[in-house]
Design a binder for this molecule. Structure first.
Ligand code: ADP
Length: 572
């Protein structure tokens, strides 16, 4: 956790201000009983009214200073807490953007959200507690002890019993709750995951009547979280009454002991009153320190989780070439398995695509088509083999050069909340409305957008959920076309479209991007005859490559796909 201090540097000066305010507040708080005892001993006892007024005014002055110091503590602490939390969230967010896809998946979206919100919150609470408690408790303890001993040494001996009693109480409770606090953060991750799945998949869950299954797993995570909270709350509930009991017993002991001291005139009544107040301050400092046991373990877990993200190496951007690419693609014996799987998603793929070629990749579900695109986009590195673009190894090409080259339409269309124009300008921030319309026309999307309120300003809801599947696909295509890319990758981009729209878009894409390399992943064999080359994938392997006619001769998988789909068309 201490490693997080390196991000704390800008807040050292405000922290010093907090320290000054704390010392002032504690000193003021402990000086007040002293003045009060003087009023009782020399003012009240002697009936000296001017003395009482004079010391009373002094007490008012000290209280005002103490209050100003307390305001200062809150002011500077709030500044530190919100600033430091802001910085940490920004750091995690920036880091998440630069993570390699494999690392991103390893941490997981849910966990990243918890880390950016709840974990940062825990660290904020920790730093505030450290500032206040860690400083206030020892300062109170030292100053308080000095005042107590200087008031009465024999009465101070009571602390020799009550202080260890408090320490034992704090130790016994914290021993039980600390492991539970460690567990809490992990359980929260689980609860977040279940909640997200329940909400994201609500349509599927309802359609398949899967509420019971999903609710059961949500309930189990929810119960676990609630039980842990209840357990820690129950244990911590003993802390305050236990503390009060010790404080009250100590007070009784002091009053009992002072009876003799008072009658022997070893001590004055005002001193006993002041002594009792010092006691409250000191034992209060102990219970403040005890609260740290609930903050420290949670902060420790949160700090580790935040550091895990911050310590993950960003994708290597050094020694990468900034280059204008043309779109010649070569796969050389490329094999790949996902980080969380031992099964190869791609095995020993080798093929060449020349710039300007129109290539279709076809194959059954799970045959590795999308994985091939992800590798080509640089999201993952091959486990073995090499991918070259224009003869340059992919890992040596900068992300910007690759992004400039590719217009990618992923299988899962991710649209963001905001206007249609905002979504399209992801492809090119400088595109004017006419360019946006041209791209929409190409994707056969202009007509339906014009029917929406505000046309290009039409507001999409989160994930573009106020559009149909086919409309989302067409918008995602327009977003890619707007870049005027030299390599267009369409990953099953026509799957939600009817055959007619599919044919219209395909022919306009062929025309618009006649000089670009076109890579189209599809399960449909219609219009394969337009392709320069077809790659047939089967269980991660390249089963065959060639033109439609060649493949009809040599590839049983291709022949089968064509025959099945022709039968579908005839029977339709
Ligand atoms: P296709 O696009 O041809 O339907 P994919 O490339 O999506 O196939 O998947 C190829 C194989 O890789 C499948 O067996 C699939 O289960 C596996 N796979 C896909 N994505 C992941 C992932 N993120 N983690 C682990 N395995 C994956």
């Amino acid at each position: 956790m201490l490693r997080l201090f390196k991000y704390y540097k800008p807040y050292i000066l405000p922290s010093l201000m907090v320290a000054v305010c704390i010392i002032t507040e504690v000193a003021a708080g402990l000086f007040l009983p002293k003045v009060m005892s003087m009023i009782v001993n020399f003012g009240v006892a002697a009936g000296n009214i001017p003395y009482i007024y004079q010391k009373g005014l002094l007490m008012l002055g000290i209280s005002a200073i103490g209050s100003l110091a307390a305001i200062g503590i809150n002011f500077f602490s709030a500044h530190i807490s919100s600033g430091f939390g802001h910085d940490l969230r920004q750091l995690i967010f920036n880091k998440a953007e630069t993570l390699a896809m494999a690392d991103f998946e390893k941490i997981g979206t849910n966990s990243l959200i918890t880390r950016t919100t709840n974990d940062v919150q825990q660290i904020q609470s920790f730093f505030i507690s450290v500032l206040r408690v860690m400083l206030m408790a020892p300062v109170t303890l030292v100053f308080g002890l000095i005042m107590m001993i200087s008031t009465s040494l024999p009465l101070s001996a009571v602390l020799l019993i009550s202080a260890p009693a408090l320490v034992i109480l704090i130790y016994t409770i914290s021993k039980q709750v600390v492991p539970a606090f460690f567990k809490q953060q992990k359980t929260l991750d689980k609860l977040n995951k279940e909640t997200r799945e329940l909400l994201d998949g609500k349509e599927v869950i309802r359609a398949f009547n899967g509420q019971e299954v999903q609710e059961a797993s949500f309930e189990s995570a929810n119960n676990e979280w609630a039980e842990l909270n209840l357990f820690t709350a129950k244990k911590m509930a003993l802390m305050m009454p236990g503390n009060m009991l010790i404080q009250n017993l100590t007070t009784v002991a002091i009053l009992w002991l002072s009876a003799d001291l008072l009658s022997d005139k070893v001590i004055l009544i005002g001193d006993v009153m002041a002594f009792l107040q010092y006691l409250t301050h000191i034992l209060g400092a102990f219970s403040m320190a005890a609260n740290m046991f609930s903050v420290v373990p949670r902060a420790q877990v949160s700090a580790n989780r935040i550091l895990e993200v911050l310590d993950t190496k960003s994708e290597d951007t050094d020694n990468k070439q900034e280059i204008e690419l043309q779109g010649n693609i070569s796969f050389r014996n490329v094999s790949f398995h996902y980080p969380d799987s031992q099964v190869e998603a791609l095995s020993d793929l080798s093929f060449d695509i020349k710039a300007g070629e129109k290539v279709c990749i076809i194959g059954g579900a799970g045959s590795g088509k999308t994985t091939l695109c992800k590798l080509l986009m640089g999201f993952y590195q091959p486990t073995s083999g090499e991918i070259l673009i224009d003869g340059i190894p992919l890992q040596d090409i900068s992300a910007e050069s690759l992004q400039k080259l590719c217009g990618f339409v992923p299988q899962k269309n991710i649209l963001l909340s905001g206007s249609v124009a905002k979504n399209l300008r992801f492809g090119n921030v400088n595109a004017d409305d006419e360019e946006l319309r041209r791209a929409l026309r190409l994707a056969d999307a202009e007509e339906f957008i014009d029917k929406k309120d505000g046309n290009l300003r039409y507001k999409l809801s989160q994930g573009g959920n106020n559009l149909s599947g086919g409309q989302k696909q067409r918008l995602a295509m327009a977003r890619a076309f707007i870049k005027k890319p030299k390599l267009v990758i369409l990953d099953d981009a026509f799957s939600a479209l009817d055959y007619k729209t599919d044919a219209i878009i395909r022919s306009s894409v062929y025309k618009e991007f006649k000089d670009a390399t076109l890579l189209m992943i599809t399960q449909r064999v219609n219009s394969m005859s337009d392709c320069d080359q077809i790659l047939v994938m089967d269980e991660g392997r390249l089963e065959a490559k060639g033109t439609h006619e060649e493949l009809m001769e040599i590839s049983p998988t291709y022949r089968e796909l064509v025959m099945v789909q022709q039968q579908e068309v005839v029977s339709a």
